[in-house]
Design a protein around this ligand. Structure first.
Ligand code: ZN
Length: 349
């Protein structure tokens, strides 16, 4: 089968690989649609170190090709969504409620990290009964594929932000995760959602997903403007969806004492992330910093699919481009250089 791989830091291309075979609890999925993620680009650029001949990608839907003898819920031919994060559910971290960290920090993240990812004609899923969900007939694949990571992570960012009903929320950066965090904050009952970004197309999308105000960090002082919008108090919740040192600092600055900063950003550069000491109340302002990696699991995927089925959110507005699998290299380059206002490229197999 054909696979699109990371050959080394900064190098990608196609490779021929054998179709994987399932262990007793595993499944092999024939890929139908996939999305490229900014974190795939980070990986290729060396954020998690070198990888050799590793298949990229972690966001995909498909049709089951084969299942192991112990798989109970799925059979060949079923249409499935596979979580970007595929935990080991018997691990202590999973039993503690932190399945994305099963096997060690971030180790629930296996695709294109510690095993071959989904940018191939077929891919392998561990613990299939727990890590996949059936796609309802009423939900299009193009929408369902957003549940793998973007909706799960964006909604997680809002859940972790501890938003009180009617509360004020600032979302730093309106990429796909930030936009889904806006949608998540809206669904969780936020009263005022402030989005921070300078790109017009992203600002417009944020408004369509529920942002009430937009702050353009290239044109205005973000902190002053957010303090102004909240009557000088600061927000009840802030969400960092960029992975930038300055935006993380600003998230802390605008969050009121006792409130929560939810980090969903991938801090892919530098040795340290800085906390502004005074605005953090010299460590005593009861500002909580919460971090999270995309949650996985069948139950969560089924709930997210229900949001799509009920028309609560339409993620397909994030799809700015689509490519055939043989053009995936071009899509990668466009994501890396953020060409033509690209937000999410859909890959068709
Ligand atoms: Zn992703």
């Amino acid at each position: 089968m054909r696979a699109f791989v990371m050959k080394g830091i900064g190098k990608v291309g196609f490779a021929e690989k054998p179709i994987p075979s399932p262990g007793p609890t595993d499944a092999i999925v024939k890929t139908t649609k996939a999305l490229i993620c900014t974190s795939d680009v980070h990986t290729v650029n060396g954020a998690i170190g070198p990888r050799e001949n590793l298949t990229l990608g972690h966001e995909a839907v498909g049709v089951i090709h084969q299942v192991g003898a112990a798989v109970k819920r799925f059979k060949p031919g079923d249409h499935v969504l596979v979580g970007a994060i595929t935990p080991e559910w018997g691990d202590a971290a999973s039993q503690w409620g932190h399945s994305s960290q099963s096997g060690g920090a971030l180790s629930g993240w296996k695709f294109a990290n510690v095993k071959d990812g989904v940018f191939a004609e077929f891919f392998h899923v561990n613990e299939a009964d727990a890590n996949m969900a059936h796609i309802p007939a009423a939900v299009a694949e193009d929408a369902a594929v957003y549940c793998c990571d973007m909706i799960s992570t964006g909604v997680m960012a809002a859940e972790n932000a501890n938003i009180p009903p009617g509360g004020t929320v600032a979302v730093f950066a309106l990429g796909p995760v930030g936009l889904m965090a806006v949608a998540g904050a809206r669904m969780l009952g936020a009263g005022l959602i402030i989005g921070v970004d300078s790109v017009a197309r992203r600002q417009e999308l944020a408004r369509s997903y529920g942002a009430d105000a937009i702050v353009d960090h290239e044109k205005e002082d973000v902190v002053a403007r957010i303090m102004d919008l909240t009557g000088g108090e600061g927000v009840d919740s802030s969400i960092e969806a960029l992975g930038g040192d300055l935006s993380f600092q600003n998230a802390i600055r605008v969050t009121k004492p006792g409130a929560t900063i939810s980090n969903a950003g991938y801090h892919g550069k530098g040795e340290f992330v800085h906390i502004p000491r005074m605005e953090w109340g010299v460590g005593m302002a009861e500002k909580t910093i919460r971090t999270g990696l995309c949650p996985g699991g069948r139950l969560r995927m089924e709930r997210l699919l229900r949001l799509l089925q009920g028309g609560r959110v339409d993620p397909t507005r994030l799809t700015t481009h689509s490519f055939r699998f043989d053009e995936v290299g071009r899509a990668f380059e466009m994501m890396d250089r953020k060409l033509d206002g690209i937000i999410k490229p859909l890959i068709l197999f």
